[in-house]
Design a protein around this ligand. Structure first.
Ligand code: ATP
Ligand code: MG
Length: 388
C-alpha cells in the first residue's frame, strides 16, 4: 500500500557538485559560470535545492530569477527578485521566495491564487517602470542586495538563453556592466537550455561578463540518482524494481530526470514494477504531447518550406531560395516574390514559431522542435502543392 510520502525524499542531493561550483567562484579567477544542459535535465532543481542553499550556508545572500518567467519583460522579474532579496529575511520574505520558484512542469499542487498575485505584482512593476528608468535601477538594486548581505551575493539567472533575443540587448549590456564592476562580491551563475542560443549570445556580446565566465556542461545524473529514486519508490510503495531495469529506463529516457520522474510517478499509480514499459510510454507521450506533428501538419506548405530553410540556415530571400519555395508549393514558372516570402516569415514570427536572431537571420523558437527537425527533416513533410 502507498504510504504517505511527505517523509520520503524525492530530491537527490548534489552537494559535491554545488560545493565544486562555489569553490570555483570563491577562488576568484572567474566571477560567473554558465551551466548548460538540455531541457528537464535538472538545472533548476539543482540551482534551487542544492546550489543556492549551499551558498546561503556559506554566507552568501542569494537571488534567483528565471528570464523566462516574464517572457516579454525579464527585467521586471529581475528587479522584483532583487527587491525581494534586499529585504530582511523574515518569514514572509522566505514565503515570497518560495512563490518565486518556477512552476514544476509536473506539479499538480499549484496554488493558483498566490501565483496570480505575484504575477500581477510583477506586471505592475513592468508597467510602472519605463524601461530606461528600470534599467538604471538595476545597479542600485544589486547594491541594495549587497548592503543587506554579509558582503557576498550569488545571483542565479535561469533560462538565460531567452536574453539572446535582439530586443534584450540593452538589458544584457546593463547586466554586464552592473555585474562586472561588482565581480569581487557579486557572483553569477547562468543556466540555459540551448547551447545554440547561448553560443549566439556569447558571440554577439564579446563582453567582460562572458569573458570571465566559465562555460560548463552541466553533468548528467547517473546511476546513484536512479538508486536513490528507486529507494524512495520502494519506501513509498513497498515494491522493488530491479535496479538494472531502472538504469535501462533512465538510459532510454536520455538520462533525463524530468522524464524519469514522470515514469516513476506513473508506475506508482498503475502498480507493478515494469519501469521499462512505462518509460517507453512516457517517451512516446512526451513526443506526442508537444503536439509537433499535429502542428506541422496543419501548417501551410509555404510556411513549412520556410521553416525548412530556417533549419538549414539558407538565406531566405535569394533567387535560389525563392525559386525553391515556389517549386515546393507547386509553381515552377517563376520564383516567389520577396513580399510573398516575407508574408510567410511574418506569419511564423507572429505565431512564435520562429524569431529574428539578427538581420535576415531567423531561428526556430522552440529548441526541442529545432533539434528534432534537424534530426529528422522528413517530418517537415513534402510541401504539398496547394495554398501559398
Ligand atoms: N536532483 C534531483 N533529484 C530528483 N529529481 C530531480 C533532480 N533533478 C531533477 N529532477 C527531476 O527532474 C525534473 C526536471 O528538473 P528541472 O526542472 O530542474 O530541469 P531543467 O533542466 O531546469 O529543465 P528546463 O530546461 O526545462 O527548465 C524535476 O521536476 C524533478 O522531477
Ligand atoms: Mg529549468
Amino acid at each position: 500500500m502507498v504510504k504517505t510520502n511527505d517523509i520520503i525524499s524525492w530530491h537527490y542531493p548534489r552537494a559535491d557538485l554545488a560545493a565544486g561550483y562555489l569553490d570555483t567562484l570563491q577562488a576568484g579567477l572567474i566571477s560567473s559560470m554558465v551551466l548548460f544542459a538540455p531541457r528537464r535535465k535538472g538545472k533548476t532543481e539543482f540551482v534551487l535545492d542544492d546550489l543556492l542553499p549551499a551558498a546561503e550556508a556559506a554566507g552568501y545572500r542569494t537571488v534567483y530569477c528565471s528570464m523566462w518567467q516574464n517572457r516579454s519583460d525579464p527585467l521586471a522579474s529581475l528587479l522584483l527578485a532583487l527587491t525581494n532579496a534586499a529585504k530582511p529575511k523574515t518569514f514572509g520574505a522566505k514565503l515570497q521566495d518560495k512563490l518565486f520558484r518556477p512552476i514544476k512542469k509536473t506539479s499538480l499542487e499549484i496554488n493558483a491564487g498566490m501565483i496570480g498575485k505575484v504575477k500581477a505584482e510583477a506586471e505592475f512593476h513592468a508597467r510602472a517602470a519605463n524601461s530606461q528608468a528600470a534599467l538604471q535601477s538595476l545597479p542600485e538594486l544589486v547594491d541594495a542586495v549587497l548592503d543587506a548581505s554579509k558582503g557576498k551575493v550569488l545571483i542565479a539567472l535561469d533560462e538565460i538563453q531567452h536574453l539572446a533575443k535582439p530586443e534584450f540587448q540593452e538589458l544584457v549590456a546593463a547586466l554586464r556592466t552592473t555585474l562586472d564592476v561588482r565581480k569581487k562580491s557579486v557572483k553569477t551563475v547562468f543556466t540555459g537550455s540551448s547551447r545554440n542560443r547561448l553560443q549566439m549570445m556569447f558571440s554577439q556580446i564579446k563582453a567582460p561578463l562572458f569573458q570571465f565566465s566559465q562555460t560548463t556542461d552541466f553533468p548528467d545524473l547517473d546511476e546513484r540518482f536512479v538508486s536513490f529514486i528507486m529507494a524512495s519508490f520502494a519506501q513509498a510503495t513497498g515494491r522493488k524494481v530491479p535496479l538494472a531495469q531502472a538504469n535501462a529506463a533512465f538510459a532510454a529516457l536520455s538520462n533525463t530526470p524530468g522524464l524519469f520522474h514522470d515514469a516513476v510517478e506513473r508506475l506508482m499509480k498503475i502498480g507493478g514494477t515494469d519501469i521499462l514499459a512505462v518509460a517507453q510510454l512516457v517517451l512516446d507521450e512526451s513526443r506526442d504531447a508537444s503536439g509537433y506533428v499535429q502542428r506541422l501538419m496543419e501548417m501551410r506548405p509555404l510556411d513549412r518550406e520556410v521553416m525548412r530553410a530556417v533549419i538549414e540556415r539558407v538565406p531566405l530571400y535569394t533567387d535560389d531560395t525563392r525559386r525553391r519555395l515556389a517549386l515546393a508549393v507547386g509553381i515552377d514558372e517563376e520564383p516567389l516574390t520577396t513580399r510573398q516570402v516575407q508574408i510567410a516569415v511574418e506569419r511564423l514570427v507572429s505565431e512564435q514559431i520562429i524569431y529574428q536572431a539578427g538581420r535576415g537571420v531567423y531561428e526556430i523558437e522552440d529548441d526541442q522542435l529545432a533539434e528534432w527537425l534537424r534530426d529528422s527533416p522528413e517530418l517537415i513533410g513534402n510541401g504539398e502543392p496547394g495554398d501559398v
